[in-house]
Design a protein around this ligand. Sequence first.
Ligand SMILES: [Zn+2]
Length: 347
Amino acid sequence: MRSSRLPAFGLAIILLLPRPAEAQQLPVIEQTLVEWVAAQKHALPNSMRNFDQEQNRNALFETMLSSIVSREWEKASQAAQKLNYQLARINEANGPFAVASDHKGVDPIVVVNMSPSRDVVVQAPHVPFEKGTAEQAITLLKNLGARAAIISGAHRCASRSFTLCNGRTAVCSGSLESFRASDVGHNTGTLFHLAHTLFSDRWKNSIVMSLHRMEADSDGVRTAVIISNGVIADDDNATTAATRLRFALSDLVKAPGRIVSCNVGSDSKYDYRPLCGFTNVQGRHVNGDKDACRFGVMQGTGRFIHLEQDRSVLDPYAENLSEIERHPFHRALIRSLSEILPAVPQR
Ligand SMILES: [Zn+2]
């Protein structure tokens, strides 16, 4: 329901009427989801001493998200206010959507689809560093009728402190170091990870899709997409969604080595870079790892899809989103995912 400009007396009458809980809706934002997401703040690189969470914030955040899912809007709004979060509603096709964002640009942006059709949660943990991934997350959320999208608030390099989780990267300083504490794909102590665990535990068979951008290959076979199920093992028989996506996409994008999988042994002949998401903590968690912060999974649930993509794939989302439905890779991705992803179970 859109907000309308009622005369004052009309509004007063409506306010006096007793309303069922379902009718107590969130304030409506008259923007598209993509416009709203693009307008959100992100804490800048090296702008924070650490990424420690204030006490209470975890419990409040959990209350806000579970109240959104159960449509207890008043409870959700109270929690949002205490968290310094904006909580509102955006009406679009395949929606409506409840949207939540941290006014400070530190904690995650969460978008929940109130009428989902596919059992999948889309995640973009490296916004704004990885251009195009936020727009892609929102486009997939809408086009696929996904359950929800979780998008990072702070830049992955915002915090000057490091996470205790294992793995190393050179993306923040140019030389190899541990992941920064603000890198939500590599820190289990964040509200991003809390949103992930809450959704993936509640929707217990949902697929979790983590979207990433990598540098383009400069030589050899131009690999544009590296897909992984997050498990350090081959899946040559394509028992997991990620590997099925690899084969479905390759059927549509007929260029050997352009789409590869970390779980298909024969793809190693393309000598692609090992960007497989094995240290991604959301992937480890949903694959059933006991300690998602350390180790890594040798066998898992297969509920994870880690997608590394180069600029040929992501620039159209970042630069020309209004034409995205014409872009061959996007069309292939939607077609493949539509075949692979499970439907939301009927109650
Ligand atoms: Zn990434």
